[in-house]
Design a binder for this molecule. Structure first.
Ligand SMILES: Nc1ncnc2c1ncn2[C@@H]1O[C@H](COP(=O)(O)OP(=O)(O)O)[C@@H](O)[C@H]1O
Ligand SMILES: [Mg+2]
Length: 611
C-alpha cells in the first residue's frame, strides 16, 4: 500500500517525540504499524525494544494482524498490548504478589466495608464509580477527602474510599485502577526499575491516545526514555474521545505540544476508509460539538450511495427491515462478514439476534456473549428449565447453575455430596435428591427448604403461567434485579437490568415455557457464533474497526443520546459509530420503544444535514 506524503513522514519518524492528530480512517493505525516495521527494517531497531500500546484487546489484535504480513515471524517479538495488561506484567515482574479484585468480588468487598461504616444511602456502584474516577485522575483517598470537605455525600464516599484502600492492602488485592496507579508509583519511586523499562522499551507508540486518562499519561511520561535514541509517538483523534465518563482526558492529546515542547506534530486529514457521502454525514454530526480541534475531513474516494435511513415502527420492525436489507446486500456484492450492526447499549442486541436467527442470518457478537448466554439471562432461563423438568439431565445442570443464585451457601463440597447421594440412593436427579438428603447444618437446611418451597410453588403455577409472567415472578420473589445489579435501587439504564427487561419482552411472544426454552436453546448452535457472519457490537467496542457496510441502530432520543450521557460525548459516540462505515451506512430509528412512543434522536437530523 502506498502511503501518502504525510503518512510517510510520520512513519519514518525515528527519535524524539511526535503526535499524529488525525481524522477517522486516515491511516493512523496503518501509519503506526508501518512505523514499527520501518524502525526494525530501516533503522535497525531491535523488535524487543518496541512497545505498542492501545486500549482494547480488539485494537491490539488488529494491530498485530496488520504487522504480521510486514514482518512475518519478527512481528511476534514486538510487544503489543493493552495498557492494563502491560501494567499487570510490570507488577508481576517486579515480584509484587497480588490478586485482582474485580466484578462481583469487588462489589461484595465494598459492601462489607459499607456495612461496617453503616452506609445505607449510597449504592456500591455509585461509590465504586467515584473511586475509580478519582484514581484515574490520580486523586488518592486523603486528597479526595480534602477536596470534598463541604460535600456530605462525597465526604462519605471519601471515608469508604480510604477504608477500601486499607482493606485491599491488607489482603494483597488490587483493582483494575490500581494496576495503573501501582505502576505509576513503582516507576516514580524506583529509579532502577524505571531505567530498566526505559532501556528495554526505547520506542513507545500509543494508538487512540485521546482515550488516556491522567494516570495512564503519567505512566507514559515515566516510561519515555530521555536519551536521544528513544522515541515516543502517539496518535489520536479528539473527535473520537468516548471514554471521558471513566476519566479519560482528551486534554492529553489537545495539550500534547505544550506538555512536550519541541515535539513534532503530524496531521493526517485524508480519509481512505469511507465514501464522500459517509464523510459528509460524519462531518455534519461532529460540527455540532463546540469543544473540538478544527480539522477538515477530506477524501479522494469515489462517490458512493447516499446514507440510508430506516424508519421503523418498533424494535422488531427495525430488526426485520435490517434483515431484509442484509438479504439484499448478500445477494448483491457483499458478504455477511462485510456487515456490522452497531448499537449504543448491549441489550439492543436481543431483537436483532432473534430476527437474525429466524431468518438464518449468521452473526457473532464481537468480544461478547450472545444474548441468551449472558449470565444474568441464563440464570433465569435455568430457573425455567429446572421448574419445567426437574427430573432430567437438563434439570440437573440447571439446578447446579441456580442453586447459589442468589447465594444459598451450597458450596462445592455440599454439591459433590448431593451428587453422590443422588447416585447411591437412586434418586436419579438432583432436585429429588435435594428434597430427600438429610442435612444437619441449620442454615443449609433452612436455605434448602426455602429453595424447594419456591421451586415447588412455581412448578405448581407452570400450567397457567406464561413464560414472561414466570420470569417476572422469579425476579420479584428472588429480589433478582437487586442481586444481579448489586445496586440498592436497580436502574432500568443498568445494562444488566436492561437485559432482563429484554428477556421478558422476548418471552412474552411465547405462550408456554417449553416452546420458549426450545427457542432460546436454538441459540447455542454454532451458526450463532459465526466469525464469518455479521458482526454485532456496541459502538464502544467498534472503536478502531471498519466495515464495508454499517448499520447504526436505535437513533432514538434517550438511547442515542443516552439519557445519562453528556451530549457532546454522546455525539462523539455516534460519530465513532457512523465513521466505521466504508461503503454503505444505514441509520435506523423507531417511533416506539419498549412499547412507548419514542422521539427521534436529534443526531439523525444533524447527520442528514437538516439542522
Ligand atoms: N495511503 C493509503 N492508501 C490506501 N488505503 C489507505 C491508506 N491509508 C489508510 N488506508 C486504509 O484506510 C483505512 C483506515 O485506516 P486506519 O489505519 O484504520 O485508520 P485510522 O486508524 O486513522 O482510523 C484502512 O482500510 C486502511 O487500509
Ligand atoms: Mg485506528
Amino acid at each position: 500500500m502506498q502511503l501518502n506524503a504525510n503518512q510517510l513522514a510520520a512513519s519514518k519518524f525515528k527519535n524524539g517525540i511526535a503526535s499524529v492528530v488525525a481524522v477517522p480512517g486516515s491511516g493512523k493505525t496503518l501509519t503506526m504499524t508501518n512505523r514499527i516495521a520501518y524502525l526494525i527494517q530501516h533503522h535497525g531497531i531491535a523488535p524487543e525494544s518496541i512497545l505498542g500500546l492501545t486500549f482494547t484487546r480488539n485494537a491490539a489484535q488488529a494491530m498485530r494482524d496488520k504487522l504480521r504480513p510486514m514482518l512475518n515471524d519478527v512481528a511476534a517479538r514486538v510487544t503489543l498490548s493493552t495498557i492494563h495488561s502491560f501494567c499487570y506484567t510490570v507488577l508481576k515482574d517486579a515480584g509484587k504478589s497480588f490478586e485482582l479484585l474485580h466484578g462481583k468480588e469487588q462489589i461484595r468487598f465494598i459492601r462489607i466495608i459499607m456495612k461496617k461504616h453503616k452506609i445505607r444511602t449510597l449504592s456500591p456502584g455509585t461509590i465504586l464509580r467515584e473511586i475509580s474516577l478519582a484514581k484515574n485522575n490520580i486523586i488518592g483517598a486523603e486528597e479526595f477527602r480534602e477536596i470534598y470537605l463541604d460535600d456530605p455525600t462525597m465526604e462519605t464516599i471519601g471515608v469508604i474510599y480510604q477504608a477500601y484502600e486499607e482493606e485491599k492492602t491488607k489482603s494483597y488485592l488490587l483493582d483494575f485502577n490500581d494496576l495503573i496507579i501501582e505502576v505509576c508509583r513503582l516507576l516514580k519511586n524506583t529509579p532502577e526499575i524505571r531505567e530498566k523499562y526505559q532501556q528495554t522499551f526505547r520506542h513507545i507508540l500509543v494508538d487512540e491516545f485521546q482515550d488516556t486518562n491522567p494516570a495512564q499519561a503519567e505512566i507514559l511520561n515515566l516510561l519515555v526514555g530521555k536519551s536521544k535514541d528513544c522515541s515516543f509517538y502517539v496518535t489520536g483523534d479528539d473527535w473520537q474521545s468516548i471514554f471521558n465518563f471513566i476519566g479519560a482526558s482528551v486534554g492529553n492529546l489537545l495539550n500534547f505540544k505544550k506538555t512536550f515542547p519541541g515535539s513534532e506534530q503530524f496531521i493526517l486529514d485524508m480519509n481512505y476508509r469511507s465514501t464522500p457521502q459517509i464523510l459528509t454525514a460524519c462531518f455534519n454530526l461532529i460540527q455540532h460539538n463546540v469543544r473540538k480541534i478544527e480539522k477538515s475531513l477530506l477524501t479522494q474516494n469515489p462517490d458512493g450511495q447516499a446514507v440510508l435511513v430506516i424508519d421503523a415502527s418498533n424494535e422488531d420492525d427495525e430488526a426485520i427491515k435490517i434483515a431484509q436489507e442484509i438479504q439484499g446486500l448478500v445477494s448483491d456484492k457483499f458478504t455477511h462478514h462485510d456487515i456490522a450492526i452497531l448499537y449504543r447499549a448491549n441489550s439492543q442486541s436481543r431483537v436483532i439476534e432473534d430476527v437474525f436467527s429466524q431468518n438464518d442470518i449468521p452473526y457473532h457478537i464481537e468480544n461478547g456473549m450472545t444474548f441468551y448466554q449472558r449470565r444474568e439471562v441464563k440464570i433465569l432461563l435455568d430457573y425455567l428449565r429446572l421448574i419445567h423438568d426437574p427430573g432430567s439431565v437438563v434439570g440437573d445442570d440447571a439446578l447446579k447453575n441456580v442453586i447459589n443464585a442468589p447465594n444459598r451457601y451450597m458450596g462445592k463440597k455440599f454439591m459433590a455430596e448431593l451428587e453422590d447421594f443422588a447416585m447411591n440412593e437412586n434418586h436419579n436427579h438432583l432436585y429429588d435428591a435435594l428434597k430427600r438428603k438429610p442435612v444437619a447444618v441449620p442454615y443449609l437446611k433452612h436455605n434448602i427448604r426455602e429453595f424447594i418451597k419456591l421451586i415447588d410453588s412455581l412448578m405448581h403455577k407452570i400450567k397457567n403461567a406464561e413464560p414472561a409472567e414466570m420470569i417476572m415472578m422469579l425476579r420479584e420473589t428472588l429480589d433478582y434485579d437487586r442481586w444481579i445489579s448489586e445496586d440498592d435501587i436497580p436502574s432500568p439504564d443498568d445494562n444488566l437490568i436492561a437485559n432482563l427487561n429484554e428477556l421478558q419482552i422476548a418471552a412474552s411472544k411465547y405462550k408456554d415455557i417449553p416452546t420458549f426454552l426450545n427457542y432460546t436453546d436454538s441459540f447455542k448452535e454454532q451458526n450463532r457464533n459465526d466469525k464469518e457472519g455479521v458482526s454485532l457490537m456496541t459502538i464502544h467496542k467498534s472503536k478502531g474497526l471498519e466495515f464495508p457496510v454499517v448499520f447504526c441502530i436505535g437513533f432514538v432520543d434517550g438511547v442515542m443520546p443516552n439519557v445519562c450521557g453528556d451530549i457532546e460525548e454522546e455525539r462523539r459516540i455516534a460519530f465513532v459509530g457512523v465513521s466505521r462505515a466504508m461503503k454503505l451506512l444505514f441509520l435506523s430509528h423507531t417511533t416506539t420503544r419498549m412499547g412507548r412512543s419514542a422521539k427521534q434522536s436529534p443526531f439523525l437530523d444533524e447527520i442528514l444535514g437538516n439542522k
